[in-house]
Design a binder for this molecule. Structure first.
Ligand SMILES: NC(=O)C1=CN([C@@H]2O[C@H](COP(=O)(O)OP(=O)(O)OC[C@H]3O[C@@H](n4cnc5c(N)ncnc54)[C@H](OP(=O)(O)O)[C@@H]3O)[C@@H](O)[C@H]2O)C=CC1
Ligand SMILES: N[C@@H](CC(=O)OP(=O)(O)O)C(=O)O
Length: 397
């Protein structure tokens, strides 16, 4: 596929071809899945799903294709199915780009049918047993999956039995994803963060297709995106927090104890986050202005921050995930970068761009982040999450 494939795929040349399905295959995120997966070294698109408006049609007739490359010939004539588990039963992984109005019930039905679901939708991000993973930051949160499988029993077995293969993994909101990668790099280098102020300028593709009416967004900025600020403020705590383990009394009345994992939501080092979100007339690429105060005093200098960002590597990269960017964070020195039109397709949109790192007279440092909302902000994250799951043996090839 892209950028990093040449450097890492050879490490996993023996990986068998893995059948995958896509839910919401006709949407903005679904189309990005099609483009990325059609040249993936391991994953092979086997089944496509969308609404009843699309089901029964060949993909090329169901989709309003908005990508800059043609529909891959391998999927153009594939039939679109309803989003029910049966046609997907042989898929090792199901990627979901479903509208959140319907993702909740559909993804739960797929999990119950023992399918591994990697979702972009917001529905299960707050679930205490579902990992919320930005693959360049916290793939270690996959360790909650056995607990999720114990809680959601297999409905087809006679005696109550945990799921053995079905689970849901979510990725984060696209603005959370862009900003959390440099923040994780700073925490790793300089210890806990104390306060964050984040102002976003979000692309219209974030609202799906057809999205925001042209008469609202041309020559304009809309200073409101429903639910977005709360998502950034809350998701940041779940992703940057670790997982704790507690011994509690087992619910079966036997008097035995059991270990229960919990997301710690950054409770040991309280982090205050304030986000303000704006929709701007850019097609792809979310820009975010960030000010950070560190807990440790004295704080790092802007130069130390630049060096720490540039040096940051993710576990996904060291594991050899073929879709992980070679450079997780590109640090720009030019005074007027990053810019969406110039920087959003660098590394196929799999990494993030940071620039304008400088002293903040109110907090400690401030900088600008640019991330591709439909790539690392959506489909690319799900794909890397699935790659990590295979490399860690969470999903068997
Ligand atoms: N766009 C972005 O940048 C990001 C989006 N997300 C999230 O990803 C998900 C998809 O977003 P996006 O691609 O923008 O949305 P779109 O509106 O572009 O696509 C929605 C998809 O869901 C399908 N769908 C709608 N209703 C049903 C139904 N009743 N049953 C089955 N399928 C249905 C549509 O199929 P059909 O064509 O047949 O109607 C389509 O394939 C959302 O949950 C969104 O919040 C997350 C991060 C970033
Ligand atoms: N709300 C984001 C895109 C999105 O769908 O977010 P979420 O996956 O958190 O619902 C935007 O409009 O740019």
């Amino acid at each position: 596929m892209s950028h990093s494939a040449s450097s890492s795929v050879h490490l996993h040349r023996d990986m068998p071809q893995i059948p995958v399905g896509i839910l919401g295959a006709t949407g903005t995120v679904g189309q990005r899945f099609i483009v990325l997966l059609s040249s993936h070294p391991w994953f092979v698109i086997q089944v496509l799903g969308a609404s009843s408006r699309s089901a029964g049609k060949p993909y090329k007739d169901a989709v309003r294709w908005k990508q800059t490359t043609p529909i891959p010939s391998s999927v153009a004539s594939m039939p679109v199915h309803d989003c029910v588990p049966e046609p997907f039963k042989d898929c090792k992984v199901v990627f979901s780009g479903l509208d959140s109005d319907v993702a909740g019930d559909i993804e739960a039905a797929f999990r119950a049918a023992e399918l591994a679901v990697f979702s972009n939708a917001k529905n299960y991000r707050r679930d205490p047993n579902v990992p919320l993973i930005v693959p360049l930051v916290n793939p270690n949160h996959l360790s909650i999956i056995p607990q999720q499988q114990r809680v959601h029993l297999n409905p087809t077995s006679r005696a109550p039995q945990p799921l053995s293969r079905g689970f849901i993994v979510t990725n984060a909101n696209c603005s959370t994803t862009g900003v959390i990668i440099p923040l994780a790099a700073l925490e790793r280098a300089f210890g806990p963060l104390e306060s964050l102020m984040i102002t976003t300028m979000q692309a219209i593709s974030g609202a799906g297709y057809p999205g925001v009416p042209s008469l609202d967004i041309l020559d304009n900025i809309v200073p409101y995106i429903s639910g977005e600020e709360e998502k950034i403020e809350w998701e940041t705590l779940k992703i940057l927090g670790g997982i704790t383990e507690e011994e509690i009394e087992a619910a079966d009345g036997s008097g035995k104890t059991e270990k229960v994992k919990k997301f710690d939501m950054h409770t040991n080092s309280p982090l205050r986050v304030s986000a303000q979100c704006n929709r701007v007339p850019v097609i792809d690429g979310h820009t975010e202005c960030v000010s950070v105060r560190f807990a440790r005093r004295p704080p790092p200098s802007p130069q130390q921050v630049r060096e720490a960002l540039a040096a940051f590597t993710s576990e996904a990269q060291t594991l050899g995930c073929p879709s992980a960017p070679t450079k997780t964070i590109v640090v720009h020195e030019e005074p007027d970068r990053p810019q969406p039109r110039l920087d959003r397709y660098h590394q196929d949109g799999a990494g993030v761009n940071v620039g304008r790192v400088r002293q903040c007279p109110v907090f400690d440092v401030k900088f600008v982040v640019l991330s591709n909302n439909v790539s690392i902000g959506a489909a690319t994250s799900s794909i890397i999450n699935a790659e990590v799951a295979f490399l860690k043996g969470v999903v068997q090839a």
